[in-house]
Design a protein. Structure first.
Length: 367
């Protein structure tokens, strides 16, 4: 099949025109399930475009689940109407659903809808009825395994899958951390801090004190005079102050906890969105004292509707957790856990994170 690329079509680049025409042929049945598409070289010659243009078009078709690339074999159609979900871009969704401005801004860092939908379809096809079963109490092994590997290569956190607890968002995990460490302790929170931290602690009857923030984290004098034994901090881009604690301040937090036999709850919800080429060093990875509980969530990086977070416990707290809280059922459906595991394992999640960082650096002029 030959495709016509209009050079005068200023609204659509050549690779988009090619992608749309091939997609239409697939959906209309001109290419059946399992059919092999023309090679990049042949399609380039027939369409009068570069091989790179063809490659871009095929890449979009792969991302959206119409075709797949097989090593040394080419591109093959994997579209079947019966299991297909219609795909649109994030910008189209915002326009069509009349999403409010604040939610629209939040969606600028979320995973492209096409990638998420493709992954959901793949999980449904691969796992079948297994997505309907109850999750293990601490979360699915598949997700805990890939998070363990991801943390090691991206954050320098060395943790076994057994140390990772899956839960429905950060607020739920705050509650687990309080129950594990004991609500009778005095907690310390950044001032200002995320409002829901205070709300969760108040709901659980936790006494807490607010420690004033400086330009590099909590003011040293505030730390020294605090009588708390648990410090809840967001070292990277703390909300709403947007303060990031530097390395010396993070070390100060560690010494603070060690000096009073205390603990740190490291709330690292936005660390992947750093403008740096790598994630910020975590407090968890900077100490081997076993006094840091690490919490993160996928709501900021995959989608606000994906209320999935995880908590990494130090080895010395695993037995206590099992005794006190091991009976809790996991609050995240296995389907969402399998989807996130697939996104991380196939590289889509990290490619997305790197793209968001590049766009952020370009937008701000960060070098």
């Amino acid at each position: 099949m030959k495709y016509r690329i209009e050079s005068s079509d200023n609204k659509k680049p050549a690779y988009i025109q090619l992608y749309l025409q091939i997609r239409n042929d697939i959906v209309s049945g001109n290419y059946s399930y399992g059919a092999k598409l023309p090679s990049k070289r042949i399609l380039s010659e027939e369409s009068g475009v570069s091989v790179i243009t063809v490659e871009h078009a095929y890449s979009i078709l792969c991302d959206e689940g119409y075709v797949e690339s097989r090593q040394r074999s080419g591109y093959f159609v994997i579209y079947r109407e019966k299991d297909f979900i219609s795909l649109v871009d994030n910008e189209q969704i915002i326009h069509q659903r009349n999403i409010n401005k604040s939610d629209a801004q939040e969606m600028q860092t979320v995973l492209p809808y096409s990638v998420l939908a493709k992954t959901m379809r793949r999980v449904i096809l691969d796992y079948g009825e297994a997505i309907l079963v109850k999750s293990p109490n601490h979360g699915c092994r598949e997700l805990r395994n890939v998070i363990s590997h991801y943390l090691a290569r991206s954050n320098g956190i060395i943790a076994r899958p057994e140390q990772i607890i899956i839960g429905s968002g950060a607020e739920y995990l705050y509650g687990l951390a309080v129950q594990l460490l004991g609500a009778n302790r005095l907690f310390a929170i950044e001032n200002p801090s995320y409002e829901k931290i205070k709300q969760v602690y108040s709901a659980l009857g936790v006494k807490y004190e607010m420690l004033k923030m400086g330009k590099d984290g909590i003011i040293s004098g505030e730390l020294q005079h605090s009588e708390a034994t648990v410090l809840h901090v967001t070292p990277f881009n703390s909300f709403p102050s947007n303060v990031t604690a530097d390395v010396s301040k993070r070390n100060e937090y560690i010494k603070w906890a060690q000096g009073r036999n205390g603990y740190i709850i490291e709330d690292n919800y936005g660390s992947e969105l750093t403008l740096s080429t790598k994630a910020e060093d975590t407090v968890f990875s900077m100490t081997s004292a076993g006094n840091v509980i690490y919490i993160n969530t996928f709501s900021k990086t995959i989608a606000p509707s994906i209320r999935v977070g995880y908590m990494v416990l130090p080895e010395n707290l695993l037995e206590d957790f099992e005794k006190k809280l091991g009976f809790y059922s996991c609050t995240v459906p296995v389907f969402e856990q399998y989807v996130i595991a697939e996104l991380i394992e196939n590289g889509d999640f990290e490619r997305h994170i790197n793209r968001v960082r590049r766009l952020g650096r370009k937008k701000t002029g960060y070098i």
